[in-house]
Design a binder for this molecule. Structure first.
Ligand code: ZN
Ligand code: FE
Length: 257
């Protein structure tokens, strides 16, 4: 399975999953149809599946136009997004599987940003290889999604599921928010050496207009304050030893930042 990253709108990424052996492709969170249609044409690929993580316009905006061109494509989304995702035919819950070519995605229910948000995790097919996580607006490099429909407790539970995946996992976030996220992270965790060096790296990448996605889970666990509600450094910066409260205060601070 090849993964192609297509920039869309102002700072979204659409991910095209391409199976060269069969000429089939799937798309994750098509913010808009045009870049996907153009890329499919370049590859000579046929779209068979649309995988949505949640109902926001910048993740499903291309669904109907893609269905017009590929009427047989199947639209997947979270069970609780029924009625909110255009063209949705499959309603997925925690532990469901989506078979695509020779790969299989595991569905992880990750409410918090929205009540219905799901993530798609493709475990490695070869031992010691890296898996791929498509996490929508739940986990960003250096940050996490805003709690528009969920509570801090829900989001911590959701992020804890993602944090428990193998360290080598590639983290395919739906937005290029990394630089701003790391600037905020440094404001609460300035002594973190791993964070400082990742910031320098990202600063250079962005000056060259390079994408910072995918990240790796191992890196996120070191630098992302929103994965470290149980880390004494974050708890002391947030003036609490309660993990949920540390996370809630951190999220609140970022909302105001
Ligand atoms: Zn969203
Ligand atoms: Fe989004």
């Amino acid at each position: 399975m090849q993964i192609h990253r297509l920039p869309a709108l102002s700072d979204n990424y659409i991910f095209l999953l391409y199976f060269p052996n069969t000429g089939e492709a799937a798309v994750v969170d098509p913010a808009e149809a045009e870049p996907v249609l153009n890329y499919l044409a370049t590859l000579g690929a046929r779209l068979i599946s649309i995988l949505n993580t949640h109902h926001h316009r910048d993740h499903v905006g291309g669904n109907l136009a893609l269905l017009q061109r590929f009427p047989d494509a199947i639209v997947y989304g979270g069970a609780r997004d029924e009625g909110r995702i255009p063209g949705q035919q499959k309603f997925l819950s925690e532990g469901d599987r989506v078979v695509l070519g020779d790969r299989e995605a595991q569905v992880i229910f990750v409410p918090g940003h929205t009540q219905a948000h799901i993530a798609y995790y493709f475990p490695p097919t070869i031992p010691n290889d890296a898996g791929d996580l498509f996490c929508g607006d739940t986990l960003f490099s250096g940050g996490c999604g805003r709690l528009l429909e969920g509570t801090p407790t829900q989001m911590v539970q959701s992020l804890n599921k993602l944090r428990s995946l193998p360290d080598s996992t590639n983290v395919w976030c739906a937005h290029e928010y990394t630089l701003k996220n790391l600037q905020f992270a440094l404001s609460v965790d300035s002594d973190n050496l791993a964070l400082q060096s990742r910031y320098q790296q990202v600063l250079n990448q962005r000056q060259l207009r390079q994408a910072t996605v995918p990240s790796r889970l191992e890196i996120e666990k070191q630098i992302n304050p929103f994965l470290r509600w149980d880390d004494p450094a974050i708890q002391s910066a947030m003036n609490t030893q309660d993990p949920i409260q540390a996370f809630a205060r951190l999220r609140g601070k970022k909302d105001m930042w």
